[in-house]
Design a protein around this ligand. Structure first.
Ligand code: ACM
Length: 532
């Protein structure tokens, strides 16, 4: 028995994988041992990144260097094969046999990459434990094509090194879209060739808030932005990890930083403008674009350049929380509305979104907007990001829109996880527990078959008003990102909260291995032995 614990796996020890794969079968009781300098082979050099990624992981986190090779005749420990078979993108089969090692066959390169992510979870969670892989066959594929995670880099700015780390976290969880919220009232964080003033005059605010809401205001300059080179680097880094970056430029509201650079773009051009110092929807400070020819010219140039910078299909226009009082109070805006037959301010909001949609579609891309873009009407081709009540998402589906579900009460990770965390987050929010994230039903039971096909997937968001450091960002996303990942990847009939709750213990060991901070609220609130 002593020997068998070193060379084999007990049949009952099903590997604990997050997100839960579609099918796991244990093939025997043997095990394959991954040794130093073992070979990782690939079917051709197009999988070079995937092979090196695995070798770098085992070396960096477990102290086990591996060698990579293209079609080597020697018996490899791990073989990577891209079947390129046109089946579901991201699907893969992973087989471990005690004598021949590991075979990962992906439907495409993304599938090979996800097979590697599953293999990583068969490896130990600490260096020094010898990697014994159970004899297993895992067949797996994602439930939804859009599995997103968002990050607001405006309220608080995060350096490129953290953006890359965040992208790695997404990859570990088999998520494939990074929604980068780059502009808002408090700053413009993307260098633009067409208007350098946006970062020259719109990326800094005069002060910063310390402590819990409402906090203590300190008059310290606060700012930052990403250069084009940095953005290109992030896009490339993400693409290697089969993640698409979706940029968001939020208009026509949430535009104080634009107005700080170009006060004439507002309905109150003679009043002084600066980036917002605090958070919220502004009825006190004008943060809304006015419908003027120079503003539409601006939108055309900015969104055209955005389409050129970001190679992905989706471009996010924001469109949320536009304070319409600024349009109501402006005689010039009301005249524009009359002249263009716009019956109310919702129709004007829709006019702005349509305008940007034409620019983006002219570049061969697809527009995505927060669910307020439904107000005043929007063409079917715009993808709706449903962040408010699920009933709004139902309306989007009923009216034929592709929809991404990110309802705030289940997927805003800036909400604290538990009442036991008085020291973090905004006051007075109903906590968003790990179980609530897990149990949220992405597709409501009542939707019809056709509507079901319009649900592209789901996203979790991290708004950073109260998250000024990378340390806090990690604490808010982990381990809830794991619950979200299982919800959006695994087949519905494989979802099981008790089983997930057991697996999460192992997942946090992995967070420790990666040097990532995580919240222990779940462990403090629950007697974990209940799940064992
Ligand atoms: C949002 O949370 N305002 C999209």
């Amino acid at each position: 028995m002593m020997i068998s614990t070193l060379t084999s796996y007990a049949k009952s020890d099903l590997p604990e994988i997050i997100p839960e794969p579609a099918q796991i079968d244990l093939n025997g009781e043997g095990a394959f041992r991954l040794t130093r300098d073992a070979l990782v082979s690939m079917c051709d050099s197009s999988l070079m990144f995937e092979a090196s990624y695995l070798a770098e992981y085992t070396d960096r986190y477990l102290g086990i260097p591996l060698k990579t090779t293209v079609k080597n005749l020697d018996k490899p420990a791990v073989s990577l094969v891209n079947l390129d078979n046109g089946a579901v993108s991201g699907g893969y089969r992973l087989t471990v046999e005690h004598d021949s090692g590991v075979l990962i066959e992906g439907n495409d390169a993304a599938g090979v990459f996800y097979g590697i992510q599953t293999l990583i979870q068969l490896l130990p969670t600490r260096a020094g434990v010898l990697p014994l892989l159970p004899e297993v066959t895992i067949c797996d594929f994602p439930r939804f094509p859009y599995r997103g995670m968002h990050l607001d880099v405006v309220r608080h700015f995060f350096p490129v090194e953290f953006i890359k780390r965040y992208i790695d976290y997404l990859a570990f969880h088999k998520l494939n879209y990074f929604h980068w919220h780059l502009t808002d009232d408090q700053g413009w964080r993307l260098e633009m060739e067409c208007y350098p003033e946006l970062t020259q005059r719109g990326s800094e605010r005069e002060g910063e808030i310390f402590g819990l809401y409402p906090g203590e205001y300190r008059k310290l300059p606060y700012g930052g932005y990403y250069t084009r080179e940095q953005v290109d680097e992030v896009v490339r880094y993400a693409a290697q990890r089969h993640i698409t970056v979706m940029p968001e430029i939020d208009i026509p509201g949430h535009c104080m930083a634009v107005l700080a650079a170009f006060p004439s773009f507002s309905t109150t051009p003679d009043e002084p403008k600066k980036c917002a110092l605090t958070w919220g929807i502004f009825n006190k400070f004008n943060n809304v674009l006015a419908p003027k020819p120079e503003v539409f010219e601006f939108l055309k140039n900015v969104f055209s350049e955005l389409c050129d910078i970001f190679p992905g299909q989706y471009i996010h226009v924001g469109g949320d929380e536009c304070a319409k009082k600024w349009w109501q109070e402006s005689a010039e805006t009301q005249k524009f509305m009359r002249e263009h037959g716009l019956k109310d301010e919702k129709a004007l909001q829709s006019y702005f979104i349509h305008y940007v949609q034409n620019v983006v579609e002219g570049k061969g891309k697809t527009l995505v907007g927060w669910d307020e873009v439904l107000q005043g009407g929007i063409s079917d081709d715009c993808v709706i990001m449903n962040w408010r009540q699920p009933t709004i998402g139902r309306t989007a589906l009923r009216t034929g829109h592709k929809t991404i579900v990110t309802c705030s009460q289940w997927s805003y990770f800036n909400i604290k996880e538990s009442r036991l965390q008085p020291e973090i987050g905004a006051k007075g929010q109903t906590p968003l527990s790990l179980e609530k994230v897990y149990e949220f039903s992405i597709e409501p039971d009542s939707i019809t078959g056709k509507e079901r096909s319009l649900v592209l997937g789901a996203q979790a968001c991290l708004w950073t008003e109260y998250i000024p450091t990378t340390w806090k960002a990690e604490q808010f996303v982990f381990p809830r990102m794991a619950a979200f990942a299982e919800n959006v990847w695994s087949p519905e009939n494989k979802k099981n909260w008790d089983s997930f709750a057991r697996k999460v213990e192992c997942q946090v060991e992995r967070y420790e291995l990666w040097g990532a901070r995580y919240s222990d609220a779940f462990f403090r609130m629950n007697d974990i032995s209940r799940y064992r």
